[in-house]
Write a protein that binds this ligand. Structure first.
Ligand SMILES: [Zn+2]
Length: 209
């Protein structure tokens, strides 16, 4: 199935203009099998998202985008959302794994001083790297793709949407259809996920772009 693993909802991401219901409706319309909410330094939506997910029977996986000292990392399974630049990237990766979670580097080469950049080649045990991020230039995304190959880090694709028009512009193909956060984390850690691009009415899995 296809899933957008990096999305901001407006309750806890002040730079987003999308409410949860609209995100889910659009994700279903695009044929996604599940959706993720990954707010900046906050897991505040978790209870409400889990309640709504049960109510409508559509998987919503809540993670968090943490700005580590070296750059942004999106994590699932972390029980805690660290304040910006208060934890080292490797420490955060280890922390997430110690709780059985999974994490990936967000927009590593975006020109906003929030990507891991060269640290991508230094940190160990990342479960993925965004080679396609919807808020990042093609050039920076291509550099991320090169790093993913050079350091053998699973490539994923996400919209990083803050508004509906952007939602799902990139998504990740999962080899299985997880229904719970735990199942989703296992799939993400499998190393078998693949980046995909929205073509207006379907997703196309890509090796290169
Ligand atoms: Zn983001």
């Amino acid at each position: 199935m296809f899933i957008d693993m990096h999305v901001h909802e407006w309750s806890f991401s002040r730079d987003s203009i999308m409410p949860l219901k609209d995100i889910v409706a659009r994700a279903k319309e695009m044929g996604m099998g599940a959706i993720c909410i990954t707010d900046h330094d906050s897991l505040g939506i978790k209870t409400e998202a889990e309640r709504y997910s049960r109510e409508i029977g559509f998987p919503i996986f809540v993670g968090v985008e943490v700005l580590t000292v070296q750059g942004d990392i999106v994590a699932f399974g972390s029980p805690y959302a660290f304040q910006p630049r208060t934890i080292d990237a490797q420490e955060f990766i280890n922390y997430v794994h110690s709780y059985g979670g999974a994490c990936f580097s967000a927009h590593p080469f975006r020109n906003n001083n929030r990507g891991l950049e060269e640290h991508l080649g230094v940190v160990k045990m990342l479960d993925g790297v965004e080679v396609l991020n919807g808020s990042t230039s093609l050039e920076a995304n291509r550099t991320a793709l090169e790093y993913s190959r050079k350091y053998n880090i699973q490539p994923v694709a996400c919209s990083d949407a803050h508004k509906l028009e952007k939602l799902g512009c990139y998504a990740t193909w999962l080899p299985e259809d997880p229904r719970t956060l735990e199942e989703f984390i296992q799939v993400l850690r499998s190393g078998k996920c693949r980046p995909a691009i929205w073509e207006g009415d379907h997703y196309r899995i890509v090796e290169d772009f």
